[in-house]
Design a protein around this ligand. Sequence first.
Ligand SMILES: Nc1ncnc2c1ncn2[C@@H]1O[C@H](COP(=O)(O)OP(=O)(O)OP(=O)(O)O)[C@@H](O)[C@H]1O
Ligand SMILES: [Mg+2]
Length: 360
Amino acid sequence: MKPGSNDQPDVRLRGVVKRFGRFEAVAGVDLDVARGQFVTLLGPSGCGKTTTLRIIGGFEQADDGEVVVAGEPVGRDETTRHTRMVFQSYALFPHMTVARNVAFGLRMDGLARPEIASRVEAMLGTLGLADQAGKYPRQLSGGQQQRVALARALVTRPRVLLLDEPLGALDLKMRKRMQTELKALQRDVGITFIYVTHDQEEAMNLSDVIVVMEKGRVAQVGTPEEIYRHPVSAYVADFVGETNLLPAHVVASTPSGLRVSTAIGEFTVRADAAAAGSAIMVAVRPEAILIGPSIPAGCARGRGVVRSRSFLGSLTRLALEAGGTTLTVDSPGLSAVGAGDTIDFGWRDADALALPGSQP
Ligand SMILES: Nc1ncnc2c1ncn2[C@@H]1O[C@H](COP(=O)(O)OP(=O)(O)OP(=O)(O)O)[C@@H](O)[C@H]1O
Ligand SMILES: [Mg+2]
C-alpha cells in the first residue's frame, strides 16, 4: 500500500515489546489506529501507556515488533516527522514568548517568515490565545500553558498527535473544560490523536476508541460503549465505570444461561455454556440493580441491609450489604430508602455478565 492511502491505519503496532532490564514494560502490543480517530490508551499506573506512546513517537526503541506511522517504519532513536508529542509537563521554553514558543517548530522546519506568522496567528486564535501572544509562560495559568503546548504541537500539522496525560496538572474544573475543548479541536483539525490517561471518565468522554491496557498488554479495544457494556474480563469491567464483581461458581449450563452460585445466592446469567464447577466472575453495574417492590418477575433476587446512602443529584447511591459482600446500587432520583433498612433487590438476567478473571 502506498503511504497516505485511505485503507491503511495511521499507526500500526505489531508484537511490540519493550524491556527495561528483564522487566517487560510493553509485552506484545498489537494496535491499529485509523486516520482521524481519537484513540485513548487507558490503564493503571505502570501498565505501559507512556512507554507505548514514546515508542510510537520514536523517543524509545522497541526491542521487538513493528511500528509503522503513516506507512513508514519508525526507526531507531529518531522521532518521525509524522508525529508530535504533548507532554504532561508542557515543556514550554521559559525564555520565549507564547508566539515564539508556537513558532518554534515552524522555524526548525525552515518555513518562510510570513508563512510562520500567519500560521502562528491562526493557531493562537483557534486556541483562544490571541491576546496572550506576547506573554512568557510564567505569566500564564496552567490551562493557558497547556493550550500553548497544544498550539505548538498542532501548528506543525502533524499527521498524528501524541498526548501523554496532557490535562493531568490541571484542577478538576479546568480539566473538564479542556476535555470539551480538546474534543472539539480534534474534530476541527481532523488530526489523529493518541491520548494517554489513567482516568476512565476522561477516556469515556473523549475517545472514539479506548485501548484498555493491563501489565504491558492490550486487554480490550473498543468504543466507550462497547467497553462499558461488553467488557471482556473482570479487569476491564472493574476499571471502566463502577461495577459490582461477585466471585461465582458454575452450577450448571441451562438453555437460558449459566446457573451460578455466589455469596448472595444462586441465579442465572446470560452466557455461553461453561463446565460445572468452573470459577468465574459475575459483573453487575450499579444502575442495573433494582430495589423495592418494582423488581419484575424472573429477576435474580436477594435481600440486603443498606449500610450507607448518598444523594448524588440525579441518583441515590446505596451501599447494600448482602451475603457478606457490599453491592453498590444506583437508584434514579431521590430514593426513600435509608441506612439500616432491609430491602429486596434484584436484576434482570441479561444485566449480569459472566466474565473470566478474578477479583481485581
Ligand atoms: N526508563 C525506564 N527504566 C526502567 N523502567 C522503566 C523505564 N520507563 C518505564 N519503566 C517501567 O515500565 C513500566 C511502564 O512504565 P510507563 O511509564 O509506560 O507506565 P504508565 O502506564 O505510563 O504509568 P503512569 O500512569 O504512572 O504514567 C513501569 O513499571 C515503569 O517503572
Ligand atoms: Mg505514564
